[in-house]
Design a protein around this ligand. Structure first.
Ligand SMILES: [Zn+2]
Ligand SMILES: [Zn+2]
Length: 267
């Protein structure tokens, strides 16, 4: 059983009775899905109601199209999660050697430092993956699925091709694997990542949104412009990468300056 891969069918079956199989891959997928829905459903309900009092906080002036994309978004999420379950079942004989653990919790400041590292690493890698997906075959056959929706609501955050979902999930796991994270730290990070997926698509920049507490995060307007303009604003959390690599979406800086009440900012 200590071999890299099991050597008999009985050994293989025994691997799936390991509590860590249910806690690490399956538990993390459950945390990911539940947290996404917890973040996304209230925002989606808000967009469906589209109250007049909140319209000044909308990024786009046009009406939301919640009715058209709600069930397809839940359908895609169900399909993608089901495929990940199969992938995790197949990968577990190797994945069980991953350094994710349930031992002693790290000190709080170590956990915070690890999560910050996950944010920056994931965001950097996501930026380049996303830019790559905006070209050729990957754009036509994979990423264009996510871009069918130009005026998004939170539930559309995981409306994507299964291959993109698999790549995005793998990127998010990379940081925790590198540092050998505690399982609970991994779960906190995944919850934060799903907050980003829901909030980035919610269509509102609300003043009471707790996302404003996150340093460097610029809220839903940033990714909303990626959908409305189809190009630019490629990062997940942190727009500094677009500033550095000159890839802001058309009109985003002017909108941000106006929204913040700043003097005109050049494109
Ligand atoms: Zn895109
Ligand atoms: Zn998106």
């Amino acid at each position: 059983m200590n071999a890299l891969l099991p050597t008999s069918f009985a050994d293989l079956l025994a691997l799936y009775q390991d509590p860590m199989f249910w806690l690490f891959p399956m538990g993390t997928l459950a945390v990911s899905t539940v947290m996404f829905l917890l973040f996304a459903l209230p925002f989606t309900w808000l967009a469906w109601r589209d109250p007049v009092s909140l319209r000044r906080y909308k990024v786009q002036d046009t009406p939301f199209d919640v009715a058209r994309w709600f069930w397809p978004s839940l359908g895609r999420l169900t399909l993608n999660v089901s495929l990940i379950v199969v992938a995790l079942l197949l990968a577990w004989p190797l994945l069980r050697h991953a350094p994710i653990h349930l031992g002693e919790m790290p000190a709080w400041y170590v956990a915070v430092a690890q999560i910050l590292f996950f944010v920056f690493l994931d965001d950097f890698l996501y930026y380049w993956m996303h830019r790559t997906m905006h070209k050729g075959f990957l754009l036509r056959h994979v990423h264009s699925v996510h871009h069918r929706i130009r005026h998004t609501t939170a539930i559309n955050g995981n409306y994507m091709h299964w291959f993109e979902y698999l790549c995005t999930a793998s990127l998010a796991l990379l940081g925790p694997m590198l540092v050998g994270a505690h399982l609970y730290v991994l779960w906190i990070w995944i919850a934060l990542r799903q907050f980003e997926a829901a909030d980035g698509h919610c269509g509102y920049v609300l003043p009471w949104n707790p996302g404003h507490l996150l340093p460097l995060y610029e809220g839903a307007g940033y990714h909303d412009f990626h959908h409305s303009q189809y190009q630019g604003n490629y990062a997940g959390f942190l727009p500094y990468l677009d500033r550095f690599f000159g890839s802001y979406a058309r009109g985003y800086l002017a909108w941000r300056a106006k929204f913040r009440g700043e003097p005109g900012t050049p494109e």
